[in-house]
Design a protein around this ligand. Structure first.
Ligand SMILES: [Zn+2]
Length: 335
């Protein structure tokens, strides 16, 4: 029983042990640098972006004058579950940038309510876009597959994936700049300068993408969920159809059959899949069917709609890098 033998310490040491353990428990747990709820100890506005693209827009305008955090980083905006860490982030924040257009208003309101931060300003960026330049969701999304007569329901909704269109992304950058200038007028000139620099980068990204794809005869592709309408418009491409009409919901066999028929009729052979979504099996099934129906060169191409990011990957250049990777992948797939 040697292991239970008391070490030869003075009696007083044992008496103090509970006190020592008690003190240990009082040391605040602050070590983790990746904890999004911990704000850096510096002056300037504290700003939260609802998800990764908005984070990139905001952090490029913020520079060193403000701190920016993304809340729904790795879970996305479609079906998020809000965690305590995010509520703690919001607790000390000044601004919350959301996309709007039906995507994240409810989550933003819920997060604000849960955080108890009544002075937090929710900024609906989508509300500042030109309504005439917004897309309705792809009409295929409203086809009633059960009744099978292709009846279109008009829900009066808007396709919210505006961050993937460069014009709208640039408008967002301008709106973000104006909010920073309002909350921190002392650094107005710096916000102006950085917004102009980032806008120039985004314009370059658009010009490079258009140039990369300009000689492609083939301009149509199928998307996995209904996310790429603005992206396609920016780069003069066309969405032939959508596999997963409702994000996260497996399409029916009948819907897939219809999609394959559309692809065969339009000679569409490029199918975009997303790294984040489950249910990629549907895309593989469409690919197999297309090959069986004679479109032997049908391909899957990975296009990231930029709705989620790994915490470790998210930095100021993430949006641009991901957009360029998407363009390169498409350029390789389209003929
Ligand atoms: Zn989406």
């Amino acid at each position: 029983m040697a292991m239970f033998t008391r070490l030869d310490l003075p009696r007083g040491a044992y008496a103090l042990l509970p006190v020592f353990l008690g003190l240990l428990a009082l040391i605040p747990f602050t070590g983790c640098g990746n904890d999004p709820s911990v704000w850096p100890d510096k002056p300037g506005p504290k700003v939260v972006a609802s998800f990764p693209p908005l984070y990139c827009f905001a952090v490029n305008v913020a520079g060193d004058d403000a701190s920016v955090r993304s809340v729904l980083t790795n879970q996305g905006v479609h079906n998020p579950d809000t965690k305590t860490a995010e509520l703690r982030t919001l607790n000390r924040a000044d601004l919350f940038f959301m996309n709007g257009l039906g995507l994240d208003e409810k989550i933003a309101a819920r997060l604000k309510g849960g955080s108890g931060n009544t002075r937090l300003k929710l900024v609906d960026l989508g509300a500042g876009l030109d309504k005439k330049r917004l897309e309705a969701p792809n009409e295929h999304a409203h086809e009633d597959d059960e009744e099978g007569h292709g009846h279109h329901h008009d829900h009066g909704t808007t396709d919210p994936h505006v961050w993937l269109g460069l014009d709208h992304a640039i408008t967002f950058v301008g709106e973000i700049r104006d909010e920073f200038k309002q909350i921190d007028p002392a650094h107005a000139a710096d916000y102006d300068r950085r917004a102009a620099e980032y806008t120039a980068k985004l314009n370059k990204l658009r010009a490079d993408g258009v140039a990369l794809l300009k000689d492609k005869k083939e301009r149509k592709f199928v998307t996995f969920h209904e996310s790429l309408a603005y992206f396609a418009k920016t780069f003069n491409l066309e969405i032939a159809d959508v596999i997963q009409k409702v994000p996260g919901k497996e399409p029916s066999g009948k819907a897939l059959e219809k999609l394959v028929k559309t692809c065969v009729e339009n000679k569409t052979r490029v199918i975009a899949v997303e790294p984040q979504f489950s249910g990629q099996g549907a895309a593989a099934r469409v690919l197999d069917e297309l090959k069986r129906k004679g479109i032997t060169d049908a391909v899957l191409v990975e296009i990231d709609p930029l709705e989620t990011a790994q915490e470790a990957d998210l930095n100021a250049d993430w949006y641009e890098t991901k957009m360029r990777a998407n363009l390169d992948a498409l350029a390789k797939a389209l003929k």
